[in-house]
Design a protein around this ligand. Structure first.
Ligand code: GLU
Length: 484
């Protein structure tokens, strides 16, 4: 039997859970669980400057809500802990490993001052970067020891070749070869003694037995440097799976500006967690059968990582809303009612049958905030123009509506059983007796009761919810408005 695969989700606690990070977490989880492997959570907090208070809690919260249950992690422990990099750093492991590389000639101490480094700045692809010139690689052993003894601030840099090429393999992109002159001597240990992400991730992935590394493709350019580290240590290189960029509808990298770039944003906007997970799974992947509505279990079953796309995937907000509507339609009625109630109560203060209203909107809304505009007329008829009585197909308008409503009034006043079934049967009978067409009566009735061209239900259903007194009052008010 093949050894279990091990993946890690390694977020940095720097703020809200970006959709791209959640997708990485999800893909890692799906790849792992598809193969029955172990999913590890590691918190990468060595960049003290980017650390945001409370962000670690957001990570736990998002994993819990989405059901991405880790098998090892800071909160539950495991055989290869600690699972927080700052705690690992405290034991000095990163520095120890970096010193091993120094001994092998694969890394070196660098004592250059910020002033000197400032002179090495270059603009590459419009971005200002410091390309280190290996100045300190040539320091003598004595100079290095003297500097260290004097307590001069230092960093440890990777010693990369400047000639030849380095090739690495990605499971999706195949072999990628880069010119070694593009590999800068990146910092492994910073002057504050903390490792850089670039170094810590390699050490930890090795020590934690990670077999598959899944991450955004912005890391592709760093991967040859990681591989040189693995090779310098003589460690086995994991399988790499780089995921495509996620863009907004304008094909720019999905950023905060879009207003929906994080998991938390989406929940605040009223999306269901199940929808978000399903939608994010399809940002760069699709199953062979092209099925779009997939539960987490179905995703696990179908997730073949070879089907991850290489081209950027567009975050289609309209599709997200559609998908949420599909989840709402499938939701258990009682659960839907519970969750919809606060949104109905936002616009309806009277004591009416909210169960009936919930049933009306269930198949019609896409997200919770759609409810308000759909049911507010139950509270009060909005201001409207009599022109909305016009309907070409139903052959009605304000002029024809007036006599019809006047004829209907005594009938609805005479009915005592205000159930939808009874109301509908009585009005249907009235329509037949008068020789009218259904819509010729029902269209103006619904407008008189709601003041709206579009409602989530028919006139008699509105009457059932409003009750006799209010229904009659509304019809009378509509007649008066048509007469005015
Ligand atoms: N800590 C890195 C981040 O949050 C992880 C990248 C990786 O998965 O290696 O971007």
């Amino acid at each position: 039997m093949a050894a279990k695969i091990r993946t890690r989700y390694a977020p940095s606690p720097t703020g809200r859970m970006h959709v791209g990070n959640l997708r990485t977490a999800l893909y890692e989880y799906l790849i792992t669980k598809h193969e029955g492997g172990d999913y590890i959570l590691r918190i990468e907090d060595t960049d003290q400057e980017r650390f945001v208070e409370g962000a670690t809690e957001l990570i736990y919260d998002a994993l819990k809500k989405t059901g991405l249950k880790h098998d090892e992690g800071p909160d539950i422990g495991g055989p290869v802990g600690p699972y927080v990099q700052s705690e690992r750093q405290a034991s000095g492991i990163y520095l120890d490993y970096a010193k091993q590389l120094v001994d092998k000639g694969e890394a070196y101490y660098c004592f250059c001052t910020p002033e000197r480094l400032a002179t090495l700045k270059q603009v590459i692809d419009g971005k200002e970067v410091t390309v280190y010139d290996k100045h300190c690689l040539h320091l003598s052993k004595e100079e290095i020891e003297k500097n260290l003894a004097e307590g001069k601030p230092y960093v440890i840099r990777q010693n990369n070749p400047t000639e030849g090429t380095t090739t690495f393999h990605d499971e999706l992109y195949g072999d990628i070869t880069v010119d070694n002159k593009e590999l800068d001597d990146m910092i492994l240990i910073k002057s504050d003694g903390f490792p850089t992400y670039n170094f810590a991730n390699v050490v930890d992935d090795h020590l934690m037995g990670i077999t598959h590394v899944v991450r955004g493709n912005e890391y592709i350019s760093s991967t040859p440097k990681y591989n040189r580290l693995y090779e310098a240590f003589g460690w086995e290189i994991p399988k790499y799976i780089h995921c495509p960029l996620i863009t907004d509808e304008d094909h720019h990298k999905l950023s905060k500006r879009s207003g929906h770039s994080s998991f938390e944003d989406l929940l605040e906007q009223g999306f269901l967690v199940e929808t978000v997970v399903n939608f994010i799974a399809l940002l760069g992947w699709s199953p062979e059968d092209n099925e779009e509505i997939l539960s987490l279990d179905e995703l696990i079953e179908k997730f073949d990582y070879h089907r991850i796309n290489k081209s950027p995937s567009v975050f289609d907000y309209t599709k997200l809303k559609w998908m949420n509507g599909e989840y709402l339609k499938r939701m258990d009625d009682d659960k839907f009612y519970e969750l919809a109630l606060p949104y109905m109560k936002e616009v309806i203060t009277k004591d009416i049958d909210f169960h009936k209203i919930a049933a009306m909107v269930k198949t019609r809304i896409e997200i919770w905030p759609d409810i308000a505009g759909m049911v507010d007329f139950f509270e009060k008829v909005p201001e409207y123009d009599n022109a909305i009585y016009f309907n070409k197909k139903m052959k009605t308008d304000a002029e024809s509506a007036l006599p019809v409503l006047k004829e209907l009034l005594p009938l609805v006043e005479s009915i005592d059983d205000y159930s939808n079934d009874n109301l509908f049967a009585s009005i249907k009978q009235f329509v037949t007796d008068k020789g009218y067409k259904n819509g010729f009566v029902l269209w103006p009735l619904r407008i008189a009761l709601s003041g709206k061209e579009q409602t989530p239900c028919g006139g008699t259903e509105i009457m059932e919810v409003l009750g006799k007194e209010e229904s009659i009052a509304r019809i009378k008010a509509a007649i008066a408005k048509l007469e005015a």
